[in-house]
Design a protein around this ligand. Sequence first.
Ligand code: SAM
Length: 243
Amino acid sequence: MVPESKKNHRRVISRTSTLPNQNEYTLALDRELSHVAFSEERAGQWKGLWQTEIFRASQHLGDVNRPARPLDLEIGTGNGTFFAAQAKRFPERDLIGIELKYKPLIQTIRRALRDGAENAIVIRYHAFNIEDLFAPNELNDIYIHFPDPWVAPRKPKNRVVGQPILDSLFEMQKSGSALNFKTDSREYFLWAMDEIRKTKYLIEFETMNLHQSLWREKNFETAFEKIFLKKNIEINFVRLIKP
Ligand SMILES: C[S@@+](CC[C@H](N)C(=O)[O-])C[C@H]1O[C@@H](n2cnc3c(N)ncnc32)[C@H](O)[C@@H]1O
């Protein structure tokens, strides 16, 4: 049951199997990539079970006898440059990417597989429905890089990094985990910081110019970040901790 307070944040999205016009990306979800790419229809059944039933039990990804690994999440993977690099850099962690659009979703998992990933899967899902996917304390670190800012026309209720979604993500994370948020939009960032202050997260690091900050050495430039940097747009970044 979805609590009454959260119902108005949910979004209805198309079901992959009933799309009138299928293409190579929509079809890949239920065919050649079905072991590592989940449609919104197949994903819901694994809530709370991603480690035991998918990462440790799938013949492609798992070994039932190995210990559970930390499970990280990227929301809005785009074409997956960060996702693939992250999966490769941390083979001792598992990684799930969620993405709404089919082409970037499939590009993301193909890129990770090309890089040899055995610790990564993607899900076609709307971030506003995230509570269907993960149980309390199921997740470790979360990455949200350049979500669409919804500044014109101004529609803050459509922004992913607002209090309702942050409250859900907080419950899903294990204590001590981090949530990393980057955006090119100063307007979104300032609004999001006000939303963040209403949540239970602690702010570990905050900057309105990531590339001139102490965090720049640890930063990975995503595909969209490269575009913004070429235009000399300063990148806003905050790292939150669930105490
Ligand atoms: C501006 S792109 C950034 C992509 C990538 N993170 C990067 O930094 O290069 C935003 C991505 O988030 C996805 N997205 C937007 N809203 C979403 C939502 N509610 N749920 C899941 N993905 C979403 C879009 O489809 C798009 O691929």
